[in-house]
Design a protein around this ligand. Structure first.
Ligand code: ATP
Ligand code: MG
Ligand code: FE
Length: 356
């Protein structure tokens, strides 16, 4: 099976060809990602109108390059898979309409993919993981814990009730005058900071409710920064280190609850696995915390290569292969309409034909 994947839901324009032959391991034949970070940096965040325009300008060339890189002719592609949501609707329209046009012209099936399903299934592409497993998705737009039970079979166990974790990093950076994107810059500043200087809140810690919350932490950071302004470099470093420690502690509490629940619901799994995905998974402090937690709880800790943790099209092509293989989307979904909101646990039903 060979699938061309297209991803345009946020600020990355991406195309990829992934192949699965017989019983072998899947192969990523090409994987091109064009990040728009520079276009958005001046605004301190993703500007939807600029994103949509940049996708229009870049997508054709990126698809041509992904096909050329893969060495596979369009005629030998089995299906086109494109992100149909959730995300910024302008970008989704560009990607899905382009995919529909290619599918129609080449007479191939089109598979409309949920972006979150792409993230959820990536560990099977990179690590050959078996179902079920637990997924922690921490990106700029999402903070979720999902029980991945099968293709199209996802249960969301926790989500954020306010800001996404990556968003909290980005806003913290902005408050401190650090450049966009905030996550890597907060981490860099934190390296020389004192994590014990500020006692920031650990949102939701100890709560029986499974969800995340980060806006209170953001407010605490703002108050601390205002109270000691003007900030020296050392102040900024100390705030970043204290913020990161609070985040790691809060994640530890939230994820540890989910690991316990997983043990109860899937008692037959001898060594269950926790998979992390999303840009925030790049953070060393967070990674180390989760690794230690998994070690203690007897879970395998699976962190796919960063390039496949952040937005990319290989995960979309792979989700297409998974759906073709499972026989739950072999038909043409050419009349599927992009959805800016599309929760992962609402896609359990086979996604063929009209999405309306
Ligand atoms: P979506 O949420 O739709 O999947 P996104 O583009 O917002 O898309 P990603 O590209 O997966 O998400 O990740 C970007 C986010 O990850 C940003 O918020 C960024 O600040 C954060 N991030 C990146 N590196 C780090 C890091 N080292 N530490 C903390 N956060 C990081
Ligand atoms: Mg991104
Ligand atoms: Fe994403």
């Amino acid at each position: 099976i060979r699938v061309l994947g297209i991803e345009t839901s946020c600020d990355e324009t991406a195309a990829s060809v992934v192949a699965l032959d017989g019983g072998g391991a899947p192969k990523i034949l090409s994987d091109i990602v064009l990040s728009q970070i520079e276009e958005h940096a001046a605004f301190g965040g993703v500007v939807p109108e600029i994103a949509a325009r940049a996708h229009v300008e870049a997508l054709d060339g990126i698809i041509v390059a992904a096909l050329a890189d893969s060495g596979v002719d369009l005629a030998d592609i089995d299906a086109i898979a494109a992100t149909a949501g959730p995300g910024l609707v302008g970008g989704l329209i560009v990607g899905l309409m382009t995919a529909k046009a290619i599918a129609a012209a080449a007479n191939k099936p089109l598979i409309a993919i949920n972006h979150l399903e792409g993230h959820a299934l990536t560990a099977r592409l990179t690590d050959g993981l078996d179902f079920p497993y637990l997924l922690l998705l921490v990106s700029g737009g999402h903070t979720q814990i999902v029980a991945v039970r099968g293709v199209g079979d996802y249960q969301r166990w926790a989500t954020t009730i306010d800001d996404a974790l990556g968003e909290a990093f980005d806003k913290t950076a902005k408050m401190l005058g650090l450049p966009y994107p905030g996550g890597p810059n907060v981490e860099k500043a934190a390296a020389t900071g004192d994590a014990a200087r500020f006692a920031f809140p650990r949102p939701m810690k100890g709560s029986a409710q499974p969800d995340f919350s980060f806006s209170g932490l953001k407010t605490a950071v703002r108050q601390a920064a205002t109270a000691i302004a003007p900030l020296s470099d050392q102040d900024v470093a100390d705030i970043c280190a204290s913020f990161q420690a609070a985040v790691a502690d809060a994640l530890d509490d939230r994820v540890s609850r989910a690991l316990n629940r997983f043990r109860q619901e899937f008692p037959s799994e001898l060594k269950p696995a926790l998979v992390v995905a999303g840009g925030v998974a790049a953070n060393r402090t967070i990674k180390t915390t989760l690794e230690a937690l998994c070690e203690k709880a007897g879970f395998a800790f699976v962190a796919p290569p960063l390039k496949l943790c952040t937005d990319n099209a290989a995960m979309i092509a792979w989700a297409g292969i998974e759906r073709l293989r499972a026989g739950i989307s072999g038909e043409n979904s050419a009349d599927f309409v992009p959805r800016s909101r599309w929760p992962l646990d609402s896609i359990s039903a086979p996604m063929v034909g009209s999405g309306r």
